[in-house]
Design a protein. Sequence first.
Length: 250
Amino acid sequence: MRLFYLISVLFSTSLFSLVSIAPVDIGSRPGFSGNISGSLSSKSGNTQKDNYSLGLRTQYDQGTDYLVWGILTYNYGTANDAKNEDKAYAHLRYIHSLRRDDLYSELFLQTEQDAFRDIKTRSLAGAGVRWRFLDSDNWGKGYIGMGGLVEKIEYSHPQINPSENNTRVNSYIAFTKNFMVTSKLSYVGHYQPKFVDASDFVSLQTVELNIPIYQNLGLSITARYAYDSLPPIGIEKKDTAYVTNLMWEF
């Protein structure tokens, strides 16, 4: 009955695809692993609304020296037969141990498109280091990351928003805490100012709660707040999302 109720909630609520944001350590889960998430919601009557989403995360953990993970997500939605969401996102990250247990190097590639933020393509590549400054049974784990990235943005309306080529600082702080044996609370905060102009920055704050339901099936509840200090013309600076999702781990 509990499982049936949660599945009913999934299909009656407007959702967005999301995969786990929780930081991972080399050796925590050796071999191949991952999770998949998806949703389909529909509303009819005075308002006709449909949302579809899919998310996939795969990971290979060598166990001692390196770890590789990748993410793919896609979201599409309509309201009264008019499209109101169409975005895709892909991220690939390589993590290598520099000092056992607490210091790592990172390399990453990312691409995305978002029709309703006027982004035709945003592609970036970056590198940095990550330090785990906290590892406690009582307080959880804490991480600080610092590095840089290069990005290229092509907009859907270049006559209004010309293409951009930027270099940015890439910094983040992350926490994760297990409780009730298998549940997990995570926070990740990113801050990415331009190297040449710190007043032009983007930030993303994400809080996620993962709760197991039955065997490999779990519930993810996420709040996200994004801010772009100098967005494209016609685009809001702030973006907020509250996400409830089912995830299947493998």
